[in-house]
Design a binder for this molecule. Structure first.
Ligand code: PLP
Length: 396
């Protein structure tokens, strides 16, 4: 059988072999419940504590500010719903909760806000430019003395655009110094984790979401950083696990895996440059070999993740392209894996000003640490043929 080439690292990453090795004892002999008093329990509890310390070091926060969850989706839900629940209890009757987010958030944020709108929360969805980045002045204009929460993703999963989180954090911190009514700031940093600075203090965020399976760790584990003193209430009720913020017996192997995965992340210039080199080769190869191809996303290198690129191919349907490339041995996607089964055009591309037609003809290619130049060469060789074939079929 022909070797399959995986170019969909933004959807998920393979589990690193060394991470699996660290996890195995906790799936086999060290199976204790971290809440149990006996030795089995202590062993599990110590492993969780150790990982918590590791995570805290990585984010430059206290171990007590780390909450382990079951996914980034859950972390986003806890951050948003949990903070709003706590704020709501402090508000006078009739006082509205006011939040600001962007039009290009992951569904795990957008759907939470859409649901909260039904409960009377006022949500402002900031627009983005054709580069997939918000305008800071738009944000400034929307902040009022009543703003409670701002949730803006660090890097976008479909086009790789990076939001100016540090600048936003600074603006919020300045406002919080003078206003009585504090604004809380959450960022979904799932796609940023492999590449960008995640020091929560220098970013100025109060809540930050990460996922295990985007960093060569296991699926089914996420974290939420919650700055000390931030009002937040649990959304899953039960035992007093995770500082009373997330009931449920801890996924010890998953948590240990997340810690091992975090330890492997190296935010070095060399790593970024070598990934950028691969991406630039890919982009150049596509632009010169495929007529009617257009990049969707930022043009400046500093504004984009080094591993994600999104293209539209005139006259080609994205879904058909993904299926045909899959048959040819290449795994890519049309956008977010969570929405790629829905036949709606990507909300991210529409927000960036693409027509429905152009959004439907999009393809996301996302590279990872196992991607080689040879794989890129093979992809560039096959893509023009596949596209021409599809264009012939559709008569374009
Ligand atoms: N946020 C972003 C930006 C993502 O890319 C994803 C996954 O696609 C998620 C949240 C959800 O992550 P999880 O699968 O851990 O729930």
């Amino acid at each position: 059988m022909k070797k399959k080439i995986y170019l969909d690292f933004a959807a998920t990453t393979p589990l690193d072999k060394s991470v699996l090795k660290k996890m195995m004892p906790y799936l086999e002999n060290k199976f204790g419940n971290a809440s149990s008093i006996h030795k089995f329990g202590q062993e599990a509890s110590e492993a969780i504590d150790e990982t918590r310390t590791k995570m805290a070091k990585f984010l430059n926060c206290k171990p007590t500010e780390i909450v382990f969850t079951g996914s980034a989706s859950e972390s986003n839900n806890l951050a948003i719903r949990g903070v709003i629940k706590a704020i709501r209890r402090k508000k006078q009757a009739g006082e509205k909760i006011q939040v600001i987010t962007t039009k290009i958030e992951h569904k795990a944020v957008l759907e939470v806000f859409k649901d909260l709108e039904k409960e009377g929360v006022k949500v402002v969805y900031l627009p983005v430019g054709t580069d997939g980045i918000i305008n800071i002045d738009d944000l400034r204009a929307e902040i009022t003395p009543e703003t409670d929460l701002i949730s803006i993703m660090y890097a976008n999963n479909e086009v790789g655009s990076i939001q100016p989180i540090k600048k936003i954090g600074k603006i919020i911190s300045e406002i919080n110094k003078i206003e009585q009514h504090p604004i809380y700031f959450h960022t979904d940093a799932v796609q940023a984790a492999n590449w960008l600075d995640l020091d929560v203090n220098s970013l100025g965020v109060h809540l930050l979401t990460l996922s295990g399976h985007k960093i060569y760790g296991p699926k089914g584990v996420g974290i939420l950083y919650v700055k000390e003193g931030i009002p937040i209430m649990p959304i899953i009720l039960g035992g007093s696990h995770e500082w009373g913020l997330r009931a449920g017996t801890e996924n010890v192997a998953g948590i240990v895996g997340m810690g091992a995965a975090i330890s492997q992340i190296k935010h070095t210039k060399t790593n970024t440059l070598s990934m950028l080199k691969l991406k630039e080769k890919l982009i150049k190869g596509i632009l010169t070999n495929v007529r009617g191809s257009k990049i969707n996303g930022p043009l400046k290198t500093d504004d984009q993740l080094p591993n994600i690129v999104n293209f539209s191919f005139l006259g080609v349907e994205g879904e058909s392209l993904v299926i045909t490339l899959d048959e040819a041995g290449f795994a890519v996607s049309t956008g977010s894996a969570c929405t790629s089964t829905a036949l709606m055009p990507s909300h991210v591309l529409i927000a960036m000003g693409l027509t429905d037609l152009n959004a439907h003809s999009s393809l996301r290619i996302s590279l990872g640490k196992y991607t080689t130049i040879k794989e890129i060469d093979l992809f560039i060789k096959i893509l023009p043929k596949v596209i021409e074939k599809l264009r012939r079929i559709s008569g374009r």
